[in-house]
Write a protein that binds this ligand. Structure first.
Ligand SMILES: [Zn+2]
Length: 217
């Protein structure tokens, strides 16, 4: 995909490379990386720094016989090719890192309504952060919200517009406490996003109160 214009920040790529992010962020970043050659190349630079640090670390000796024990395990492990089953999602419409979380393709997503036509599906990740798929019907808005932490939003299908810019397939928006926004899906197609948050959005519990101005549309 060459027309991606919204990319990951250096800070996020560095943290991803260092392995210090919660699972929901890793998943969203991995999904963007699978769609974005630019960010994959930039990640390579950070990974190289990590590799170089490792090379220069003092060695810590392992127990006697560790190598033999590891080799013995490798030799006695069953070969996986005998499984025979085709990998689910081999032809999935989702980025590869997402396939296992969803259990296949977009068809298998178990959507739950969150109001005003917007639907979501929370994905199973560790609890420090939350990953969810968002379905925003064409022309509809996600209720205006702020952020208590960081929110990453990766567009998988369709596109949305908010106060900052227009985001299409593969684009990732990095929002923090400073951003208050109202993402609106393009008229032409339903918009499906993967969003990761490390703190509750400020519209949680507010939906009943903000529903009225939206219904006025
Ligand atoms: Zn990118």
């Amino acid at each position: 995909m060459t027309d991606i214009k919204h990319h990951l920040t250096d800070a996020l790529l560095m943290a991803y490379s260092a392995g210090t992010l919660p699972e929901a962020f890793n998943l969203t970043i991995a999904a963007h990386l699978s769609m974005c050659d630019d960010c994959r190349a930039r990640l390579g630079a950070f990974d190289t720094v990590g590799g170089s640090v490792l090379e220069q670390c003092n060695r810590a000796p392992m127990d006697q016989g560790s190598l033999e024990a590891t080799m013995a395990r490798i030799m006695s492990a069953p070969t996986q090719a005998e499984d025979g089953k085709p990998k689910p999602g081999a032809a999935s419409d989702l980025p590869a890192p997402l396939v296992d979380y969803v259990g296949g393709s977009l068809e298998s997503v178990k959507w739950r309504p969150v109001g005003m036509g917007v639907k979501q599906a929370i994905l199973p990740t560790s609890r420090e952060a939350t990953a969810r798929l968002l379905f925003i019907p064409a022309g509809a808005a996600v209720p205006d919200h702020g952020h208590r932490g960081t929110e990453l939003t990766l567009v998988l299908r369709g596109a949305f517009q908010d106060e900052t810019d227009h985001f299409g397939p593969g684009d990732i928006e990095v929002a923090n406490e400073d951003l208050h926004h109202t993402p609106v899906a393009d008229i032409g197609a339903d918009c499906i996003c993967l969003a990761a948050t490390d703190a509750p959005l400020r519209f949680r519990g507010l939906i009943p109160r903000i529903a009225q101005p939206f219904l006025r549309i």
